[in-house]
Design a protein around this ligand. Structure first.
Ligand SMILES: [Cu+2]
Length: 148
């Protein structure tokens, strides 16, 4: 019985930890290959009793974001650098409590192997921002994809 309780508790903790805003491949993986064009999936769960209203994604340097899947109900604004590369994306819309939103996009991976870190800033309807950028130890590390 004790064992069962422990198992249930760790499963609950894992599911909470797994619920944060993340970038994974379309297949849900945390790794991809050098130099290929990958389809990525930004997953954003609302984790409060109020709605998420905005999601800001910082594109890691060396990653070239080329195309977005249409995201009905959301508006999208991109920021580009002097080289025309997308450095930031902001989606505005509504992700209600108990919901998650997924945004798909294609991006060319860096030519060199290594970890790419996707920083995500999730704004709620009360103006509070959950920063998934590794700055808050309680929230864990930023979403990372290993390029091999
Ligand atoms: Cu979470």
């Amino acid at each position: 019985m004790f064992r069962l309780v422990l198992t249930l508790l760790s499963t609950m903790l894992l599911s909470v930890a797994g619920a944060h805003a993340t970038v994974r491949t379309e297949a849900g993986l945390g790794e991809s290959k050098v130099g290929i064009t990958e389809t990525y999936r930004l997953n954003v769960p609302t984790e409060k009793e109020i709605s998420t209203t905005q999601i800001r994604l910082v594109v890691p340097s060396g990653v070239s974001l080329t195309r977005f899947e249409t995201a009905p109900g959301f508006t999208r604004t991109v920021t580009k650098n002097a080289d025309g590369l997308v450095t930031e994306v902001v989606w505005k819309g509504r992700v209600a409590p108990m919901e998650y939103a997924r945004f798909f996009f294609q991006a060319r991976n860096p030519a060199a192997a290594g970890d790419v870190v996707w920083k995500i800033y999730q704004t709620y309807s009360d103006g509070s921002v959950a920063a998934w950028d590794g700055s808050n130890p309680d929230q864990g590390p930023a979403s990372t994809v290993t390029i091999k």
